[in-house]
Design a binder for this molecule. Structure first.
Ligand code: FAD
Length: 415
């Protein structure tokens, strides 16, 4: 079987490596030489470990640093600060997590240390064997997204790489007949993956993009700030948006997410102190992720603002469903339905954050709180479950709403 992946950003290489490692196929990757759009630090979830465990040098290659969770500042009421953890990490890289934290983060504040440590003790004390999902440890990594792509690229062999752009997509009744590169070469395949980012070069010819009309933020600005070394992502609410800080090995990246209807780019620069690059984004999704012989992944299939750093894990999920379709015949209808449901869960969880606003009473946060917010039965059940049980009971639950366990619901709900 011939598979083509168009796009050499992190989604392209996540897809290519997943497919090549799980499917007997002839793989071609076509990656224009344009730089990936978001070359800043990316925050991930524990699912990243499934992808990289067997790659000996991936941490160095992608400048990876430990991520135990997200520190939220200024969200909700008052000056609240809290940490949203994945779950307890008993061992990190095979080393006792307390020892690891002490050695690796000598400057961590006692408040931070106690929090992570306390969490560890909580699980030990209550004899909770494996709190949530058996296969997932309690930590992820921060990476540099472009470099993660290169690390994954180095993990596969026996594939063909073109560094040209796809100029034309020729369609037939089956979907894509062939691609024409900018050197005139024609490329044929059985399945075409579109990982061309916001350009949506292939899938855009076959189906339409639906913007989420309930998302407030539509622009971001990035920059570098003083180098820091923290085992968590920072998400700080500001007057007119929120800001992330991600420490990778060689630099600390920051970004500010805001709404261009409320402030200008210049105001965003002043508010955040970031001056590097300001860009528009459109939160939404393709009507179909898989259509005919084309499957999209990455920014080409959906984008939801980065508040919970859900993208990389979602790309892995898309690659897995695509594999189910190609290898085991799962129908495109089922694949689309399941992925749509998953995207909806992520959207709901993020909107929930906005519903509760921040400590600022500004037009941005007033607007955020007024956004339409309807939840599905699954969400209602998780919330009510998290309200009816104590922490220990919650920690034993294996239930998940997308990437979030009942304890996360409780965490947010009780702030
Ligand atoms: C503000 C913001 C913050 C984010 N934060 C996080 C985060 O914390 N955690 C997280 O997991 N994700 C995050 N993301 C998402 C993350 O940045 C993307 O996952 C990442 O950029 C990879 O996207 P991609 O590979 O789909 O697209 P891109 O990085 O845009 O790559 C597209 C690739 O397609 C190629 N291409 C385009 N057109 C053609 C063509 N015609 N022919 C051939 N090749 C072509 C380009 O050269 C490029 O290699 C964030 C995104 C944004 C916008």
């Amino acid at each position: 079987m011939k598979i083509v992946v168009v796009g050499g950003g992190s989604a392209g290489w996540i897809t290519a490596s997943y497919i090549k490692n799980n499917l007997d196929c002839e793989l071609t990757v076509i990656s224009g030489d344009e730089k990936p759009i978001v070359g800043v630090g990316e925050s991930t979830t524990p699912a990243i470990l499934k992808m990289v465990t067997n790659l000996p040098s991936w941490k160095i290659d992608s400048c990876a640093t430990l991520k135990l969770g997200i520190k939220f500042e200024n969200w909700y009421r008052g000056d609240s600060v809290w940490y949203h953890l994945f779950e307890d990490a008993k061992k990190i890289d095979g080393i006792d997590s307390i020892e690891y934290l002490r050695n690796k983060y000598p400057n961590i504040t006692s408040e931070e240390f106690n929090f992570f440590h306390g969490n560890f003790l909580f699980y030990c004390k209550n004899n909770v064997e494996k709190p949530f999902n058996n296969s997932i440890p309690g930590y992820g990594y921060h990476v540099q997204s472009d470099k993660l792509g290169f690390a994954l690229k180095n993990s596969i062999s026996d594939y063909k790489l073109y560094t040209q752009d796809v100029d034309h997509v020729i369609l037939n009744e089956k979907g894509i007949d062939y691609l024409i590169l900018n050197n005139g070469e024609k490329i044929y395949a059985d399945i075409y993956f579109d990982c061309s980012g916001f350009k949506r070069k292939l899938i855009g010819e076959m189906t339409t993009w639906n913007s989420y009309d309930d998302m407030i933020a539509n622009r971001y600005i990035v920059g570098k700030i003083n180098k820091n070394n923290r085992p968590y992502t920072v998400s700080r609410a500001l007057k007119n948006g929120w800001m992330w800080e991600i420490d990778t090995q060689n630099r600390t990246n920051a970004g500010f997410v805001y709404c261009s209807d409320i402030i200008s780019d210049e105001q965003a620069m002043n508010e955040s102190g970031l001056f590097y690059d300001s860009k528009k984004f459109d939160s939404g999704k393709m009507k179909d992720i898989a259509i005919k012989n084309c499957i999209s992944n990455g920014l080409a299939q959906s984008f939801i603002e980065p508040l919970e750093a859900t993208s990389a894990e979602f790309y892995q999920t898309v690659a897995k469903y695509a594999w189910d379709h190609i290898e085991f015949g799962a129908s495109k209808k089922d694949v689309n339905n399941e992925l749509r449901k998953e995207a909806k869960r992520i959207e709901t969880f993020i909107l929930w954050h906005y519903q509760n606003g921040s400590k600022f009473e500004t037009p941005f946060w007033d607007y955020a709180k007024s956004l339409s917010f309807s939840v599905d039965d699954e969400f209602k059940e998780m919330l009510s479950f998290s309200r009816q049980h104590n922490q220990m009971e919650l920690s034993k639950s294996e239930a998940l709403y997308s990437q979030w366990a009942p304890l996360c619901f409780n965490n947010w709900d009780s702030v």
